[in-house]
Design a protein around this ligand. Structure first.
Ligand SMILES: Nc1ncnc2c1ncn2[C@@H]1O[C@H](COP(=O)(O)OP(=O)(O)OP(=O)(O)O)[C@@H](O)[C@H]1O
Ligand SMILES: [Mg+2]
Length: 327
């Protein structure tokens, strides 16, 4: 049985224009997201990984419609987003996001209950019902409403604030929650507690997650499937186990080698990624990874490898694999 799709993403493109200098030089664009297509399946946790600057957050903001895409479409439960079938407002209620910075996300002048009750009130729920929902959510995220409802952000620890941010994200009863480095700033022991809370909430509330993290060990622990990005594109996608046990793209292989191993016998001495750091302003021809790839062949500089295959499979965009060859 195949899991139904919650959100389908087709051909997303987002280029940020660069400012010209006073002589009119420069200009050009940052190709932050450059033709990204994937599906988020109902009830799954989909991880997005890749080096800093590869376009993870930009993809997340495009999914949230916080940014307008230059090209591409979002289809939520079969209905095109921002069409007559599904208005932007109706879609936005279904998708919420939690960011890394727990402090900046909260208004310092609002108590925790008012912070959580804010969005439901804006959406027309009475103050009384909104506060009741806020208290229920505080309890669900492990903060006793009697102790925490009337506190201000500065009276909470980082972990407690992030719990409030999670409660706030859930206040409109969304279907999809995007977690962009949501636990990355927390201490390891607090991080583990918040990750377990996220898994419990997902189960209890029937949520679907898109989970973005630098920490591949955390991604492995949390995610059902993983999407690997390089310079604004998807290079490999598949079930977590396939990605971590049998990475196919040379970039994914290098990324995994860079994960600190718990086992001292398996520590590598050689740096996993050679060559220039990626530049999204002027990406290399052909396969964007080829200048850093130990296995690159001449054709890799000339041909753009394609990512093909369905969500359950393990597609890879690399010319070493026959299915990736453009026909
Ligand atoms: N508003 C913007 N204006 C110009 N360039 C931007 C803007 N937002 C992002 N970029 C650029 O787009 C590229 C992708 O950025 P993005 O934040 O999506 O990467 P990321 O994968 O989330 O990185 P990190 O792991 O560091 O969070 C980067 O080169 C970044 O500098
Ligand atoms: Mg980011």
């Amino acid at each position: 049985m195949t899991t139904p799709t919650l959100l389908e993403v087709q051909g997303l493109v987002k280029h940020f224009p660069l400012k010209k200098d006073v002589f009119g030089r420069g200009g050009g664009v940052v190709r932050a997201v450059d033709g990204v297509s994937f599906e988020v399946l109902k009830g799954e946790t989909l991880g997005i990984v890749g080096e800093s600057g590869c376009g993870k957050s930009t993809t997340a903001r495009l999914l949230m419609q916080l940014l307008q895409a230059d090209q591409g479409e979002l289809i939520f439960e079969g209905a095109g987003v921002n069409t007559r079938a599904l208005s932007l407002k109706a879609f936005r209620r279904q998708v919420q996001m939690v960011f890394q910075d727990s402090y900046a996300s909260l208004n310092p002048r609002l108590t925790m209950e008012d912070s959580i009750a804010f969005a439901p009130q804006v959406h027309g729920l009475s103050r009384e019902l909104s506060l009741a929902r806020a208290h229920d959510l505080l309890a669900r995220v492990g903060l006793d409403p009697k102790r925490f409802a009337e506190r201000y952000p500065h009276e909470l620890s980082g972990g407690q604030r992030q719990r409030v941010n999670i409660a706030r994200a859930l206040a409109l009863q969304p279907r999809l929650v995007i977690l962009d480095e949501a636990v990355s700033a927390l201490d390891k022991s607090v991080e583990a507690q918040v990750l377990n809370l996220l898994m419990d909430l997902k189960q209890a509330m029937g949520l679907t997650y898109v989970f973005i993290s630098h920490d591949l060990n955390v991604v492995r622990y949390m995610c059902d499937r993983v999407m690997v990005m390089y310079l604004g594109q998807v290079v490999e996608m598949g079930p977590s186990e396939a990605i971590f046990e049998n990475p196919r793209h040379p970039y994914t292989q290098a990324l995994l080698r860079s994960v600190p191993s718990m086992d001292p016998d398996h520590r590598t001495q050689t740096p996993p990624l050679a060559g220039d750091p990626p530049n999204p302003i002027n990406p290399p021809s052909g396969c964007r990874f080829h200048p850093r790839c130990a296995q690159a062949r001449p054709e890799c500089a000339l041909q753009v490898p394609l990512l093909r295959g369905d969500a359950a499979a393990h597609p890879v965009a690399c010319l070493l694999y026959p299915a990736s060859h453009p026909t």
